[in-house]
Ligand binder design. Structure first.
Ligand code: ADP
Ligand code: NG1
Ligand code: MG
Length: 498
């Protein structure tokens, strides 16, 4: 069902009556800083939250559904028309200094020089591209004054980048007076975040825009849509920050984008090995697109897609890395030609040699199995047949399997995440796994509600006391490193009467 971006005139619909007093103080601080910086009050605000992904890692860009929920921590943008340029400031101006950009939306985002304001720039271009794609009139570019304040921990797998991209897009829609549907905004913010340099799959933007209080969401793609998933009773999801920062845009060529490329190559090689014509196979973008080809060859009972896929991967993709030359001879096409329309993917090619080649088999094994786990997780959550206790056991086991697969097959965990997962399991988590892209950032653990306080204390003493000693975090900031999280609401435009 089409849902427009909500526009609110006060903070309660977003933050609830409990959270509103603190939100009022926060917005008052933003207004004051805005006036100090730009000499006038903002015209309006936008906000969009971070997210925690409960299961379904690194499969959104392969076309498969994922299961995240929006979190309470969000990013707020205050905006007004004024001046001749786009001036973007941040309340945390020491870390994120002011940036001035041209109002010309055709100017490219400077990917080579990563700046925090690239996310605003990406959103700005995204709004104009979206209007053009819909055949809608674009606004006359005018100077804008923008101030950002974010509470989503950055580089932690809770998607501060998409919270920032989405809230900037909403603020721009608001200030230009454009009404838009949630699904359209989820779609174009995914595309536009790619201007920053990661080959983003769409999960983060979709849940940041479509999140709902009290509900996790099954997010599916092409076209993007979100359906409700009820969370199990008697348990809670605890987020813990490994305190190893993982900045995706800066590390994209060797990590995130490398995986996107490996999956595409796995899909094409698999299709060719299954007898699909080469000239058609090189058009394939995702492992999901190979499913019908697998099904045609491995016709099994309906619903056994993941088994057939696993069998096909086992049979047709070999263990160990594929050198570039091996793939090129299989495809009959140079990789530079295959990725000629995608600069981010092209940058990955020379780096693969340093990593010994492309690991097609393990990446594909992860993707197909993880996609099946998401469906099982959703079905267990929504089942009225499975008892509460049984549900927790099944969900925990799926989360543990996901973590093992991310660690061993997808190689997107890291030592600190593995330690934190181990500590969390020992402290009683029913399941525990990295969340988001990985290589650092946060874990999410399923914990019995009644045991959550004790769980948090134990993880604090087993994991975080060491971090305090190493100077990675202070005692005062510990509460921000480990906390239970409930599903929160998605993005909104906020027009306060000032
Ligand atoms: P994640 O999305 O997991 O937090 P990313 O590496 O994708 O990690 O994005 C983190 C980057 O997003 C930061 O390094 C910064 O450039 C930008 N960012 C996110 N939130 C803010 C904010 N509130 N203010 C400035 N920059 C931000
Ligand atoms: P984070 O950790 O927020 O950068 C990234 C991608 C998602 C998804 C996950 C892995 C972006 C904006 N986000 O999340 O699309 O692929 O990794 O599941 O690129
Ligand atoms: Mg991100």
């Amino acid at each position: 069902m089409a849902e427009p971006i909500p526009v609110f005139e006060d903070l309660t619909p977003v933050y609830g009556s409990e959270g509103t007093p603190a939100a009022q103080e926060r917005y008052a601080r933003i207004i004051e800083a805005f006036e100090r910086r730009f000499g006038a009050k903002p015209e309006l605000f936008a906000r969009s939250p971070g997210r925690v992904n409960l299961i379904g890692e690194h499969i959104d860009y392969e076309g498969y559904g994922v299961l995240p929920m929006a979190i309470r921590q969000d990013t707020v943008v205050a905006i007004r028309k004024g001046g001749n340029d786009l001036v973007i400031g941040n309340l945390n101006k020491h870390k994120y200094p002011d940036v001035t950009l041209s109002v010309d939306p055709s100017k490219p985002v400077d990917v080579a020089n990563h700046s925090w304001a690239n996310y605003f720039h990406a959103a700005y271009k995204g709004v104009f591209d979206y209007l053009r794609s819909k055949g809608l009139a674009a606004p006359q570019p005018v100077g804008l004054q923008v101030l950002v304040e974010g509470q989503v921990p950055t580089g932690s797998g809770l998607s501060s980048s998409s919270a920032l991209t989405c809230t900037c897009a909403l603020a721009l829609l608001g200030v230009f007076g454009i009404t838009a549907q949630q699904a359209d905004v989820a779609e174009f913010t995914c595309t536009c975040e790619r201007h920053v340099g990661t080959e983003s799959g769409g999960m983060d933007q979709a849940i940041s825009i479509m999140g709902m209080p009290g509900l996790a969401k099954m997010v599916e793609f092409n076209p993007v849509r979100a359906s409700d998933v009820s969370l199990p009773e008697g348990a809670t999801f605890v987020i813990s920050n490994s305190l190893t920062v993982s900045n995706k845009a800066e590390t994209a060529p060797l990590r995130y984008n490398m995986r996107v490329v490996e999956c595409r190559l796995a899909a094409i090689c698999l299709a060719i090995s299954l007898g699909h014509p080469k000239e058609q196979a090189v058009q394939i973008k995702t492992l999901r697109e190979v499913e019908p080809i697998i099904e045609a060859k491995f016709a099994g009972p309906k619903g056994s897609v993941s088994n057939s896929s696993a069998a096909a991967v086992e049979q047709y993709l070999h263990e160990g890395p594929y050198p570039q030359e091996e793939i090129e001879s299989l495809l009959g096409t140079p990789l530079a030609t295959l990725f000629s329309d995608n600069a981010s993917a092209k940058r990955v090619i020379p780096l693969a040699a340093g990593a010994g080649g492309f690991k097609l088999r393990n990446r594909a094994r992860h993707v197909y199995a993880e996609a099946a786990r998401v469906l099982q997780f959703r079905d267990v959550c929504n089942s009225s047949q499975i008892g509460a206790e049984d549900k927790l056991g099944k969900l925990g086991a799926l989360m543990d399997e996901s973590q093992a697969s991310c660690r061993d097959l997808y190689e997107c965990s890291c030592e600190e995440l593995d330690t934190l997962v181990g500590v969390s399991k020992a402290a009683g988590a029913l399941g525990s796994r990295l969340t988001g892209a990985g290589w650092g950032g946060c874990t999410v653990s399923l914990v019995r509600e009644a045991a959550a306080a004790e769980f948090i204390n134990q993880v604090k003493s087993e994991y975080f006391s060491g971090c305090i000693k190493d100077g990675k975090v202070s005692e005062e900031l510990l509460a921000e490193c480990i906390f239970a999280s409930r599903p929160a609401s998605g993005g909104a435009i906020i027009k306060l009467k000032l």
